[in-house]
Design a binder for this molecule. Structure first.
Ligand code: SF4
Ligand code: SF4
Length: 491
């Protein structure tokens, strides 16, 4: 094998002048699954060229990259480690080498795996490079063609046997609630043993939100007043198991705005986002077909999503099932009706009266809402329309909080550092309420706050003086004239 060039033509050392990246955070290490081996010295993986003929990263999209480096300062892994091969430009360079016949080495896979898929580089790129398509295709190749070490395989198998299955996640609620209600959580936090003995379990434990009651959603919620639209609603996996209040608020807000909401909770499963973002193509396609079938013949005008990562994948169902003659057309039609909640509410225009909420709010752009779907102005517009609510901006909004689906579980150390950085910027706003539209971001940032403010608190979220809420919960509180204290207790 020839060694991958450590620096592609046009990179900083080759004479170009990219914007200076922020100094990498000191003391950080790359995740264990991503060996620090920019020269490829760890050797090739056995078995031919990196990519097979089924959806390799398209060569024309790879060629679109002009190596300018404008994406570098917005890439969280480049910010963390300052490694060219952990930048979008470096990863595209590795894809090009793969297309030219290089084998899929452990090193190469490590750099691809380390990508959070946050798509900040897509927003930053002046040449319109479709890194989203590139990394998605590359990940499918990695999943099919790369043999991971046994420990990594076991961890991934456990993650993907649990998270895309809302029923299995809901089974965890009972034991988790009992654990949270007992003094055990505080004891575990004080002992500091869990992170040393079982780092993955410690990460999961720190991310788990404080659980409340979770009544089963109804099949349908009628529109309040004249019906303006019939809207299907995704309940999601993590959202339905751990944030049922967000789904209930979403349905109430939609109904208040004149939408009949179709939920069909018994028929819904995972939308496939987690699978598609991790290269598990066949699994993602199966989930997508199931969801399309669940809402067939329901007469929906729109399909609303309140979780950013799910929304971005649902909008790409057309591409995901493009080669399936039985579903290609239906998938494209379904995708065309998908809207993020904020997107649809702005599209329809408000009819429900907003009541004052005297509170300062820091709004966090979830990457898969801002970068992947371009939905940035709509949530802000909705929040600003609430009387007495003061909206504050968070510094470096383009940088990922480190959640990124299950990236924070697979890469706990760098994820924690990204989470703390984001939490610091959130706290610097001085706002009393953090609002975002993705369950992963809510868990990631609220888990980081207690670590940052130095509390050895065992509270799952919100310690450190800032409450957290989904955009839907803020709108719901304003429409229902709830006291602001109700929102500020959502920690
Ligand atoms: S998707 Fe995010 S982590 Fe991956 S290369 Fe782009 S900016 Fe970096
Ligand atoms: S991905 Fe875009 S911004 Fe980044 S180096 Fe290539 S052309 Fe420049």
């Amino acid at each position: 094998m020839t060694s991958p060039d450590p620096l592609p033509p046009g990179s900083a050392a080759a004479g170009a002048s990219p914007p200076a990246p922020e100094a990498p955070s000191p003391g950080g290490t790359r995740p264990a699954s991503a060996p620090r081996d920019v020269l490829g010295l760890l050797g090739p993986a056995p078995g031919g060229p990196a990519f097979d003929g089924h959806r390799p990263p398209p060569a024309d999209l790879v060629a679109d990259c002009v190596h300018c480096g404008f994406c570098l300062p917005t890439c969280p892994t480049y910010v963390l480690w300052g490694e060219e091969m952990d930048s979008p430009r470096g990863r595209i360079h590795l894809m090009r080498q793969g297309l030219e016949g290089e084998p899929l080495s452990d090193s190469m896979v490590g750099h691809f795996d380390a990508c959070l898929g946050c798509m900040a580089c897509v927003t930053a790129c002046p040449s319109g490079v479709r890194y989203d398509t590139l990394i998605e295709n590359t990940r499918q190749q990695v999943e099919r063609r790369h043999h991971r070490p046994a420990r990594e395989r076991a961890l991934r198998a456990a993650v993907f046997a649990l998270f895309p299955y809302p029923k299995r996640l809901r089974l965890l609620r009972g034991p988790l609630r009992a654990y949270q209600a007992s003094g055990l959580r505080r004891l575990v936090a004080r002992s500091g043993l869990l992170p040393r003995l079982a780092p993955t379990l410690a990460t999961l434990e720190s991310l788990a939100p404080r659980l409340t009651r979770a009544p089963k959603p109804p099949d349908r919620v009628p529109a309040y007043g004249p019906r303006r639209a019939v809207v299907g609603m995704l309940t999601g996996c993590v959202q339905s198991a751990f944030f049922p209040g967000v789904n209930a608020a979403t349905a109430r807000v939609l109904a208040a705005e004149g939408c009949e909401v179709v939920i069909n909770p018994g028929r819904q499963g995972c939308c496939g986002a987690l699978s598609v973002h991790n290269g598990r193509e066949a699994e993602a396609q199966a989930f997508a077909r199931n969801l399309i079938d669940a809402f067939a013949d329901t007469g929906i005008d729109y399909f609303v999503v309140n979780a950013a990562g799910c929304g971005s994948s649902l909008k790409e169902y057309g591409q995901l099932l493009a080669d399936d003659p039985a579903y290609a057309e239906r998938a494209a039609g379904f995708a065309a009706r998908v809207r993020d909640l904020a997107e649809l509410l702005v599209e329809l225009g408000p009819v429900a009266r907003r009541h004052p909420l005297p509170v300062s709010v820091a709004y966090h752009d979830a990457c898969h809402l801002g970068h992947a779907q371009g939905v940035r102005s709509q949530p802000r517009e909705l929040l600003r329309a609430i009387p007495e609510l003061e909206l504050r901006e968070i510094a470096d909004p383009e940088l990922c909080c480190g959640s990124a689906g299950v990236w924070n579980i697979l890469n706990p150390e760098p994820a924690a550092r990204l989470g703390e950085r984001k939490a610091r910027d959130v706290l610097a706003t001085g706002a009393r309420l953090l609002v975002t539209a993705n369950p992963g971001c809510l868990m990631q940032i609220t888990a980081a706050i207690p670590r940052l403010v130095g509390t050895a608190s065992a509270e799952p979220a919100g310690a450190g003086g800032i409450a957290v809420a989904h955009t839907a919960q803020v709108l719901d509180a304003s429409i229902r004239r709830l006291p602001v204290e109700r929102l500020l207790s959502t920690r």
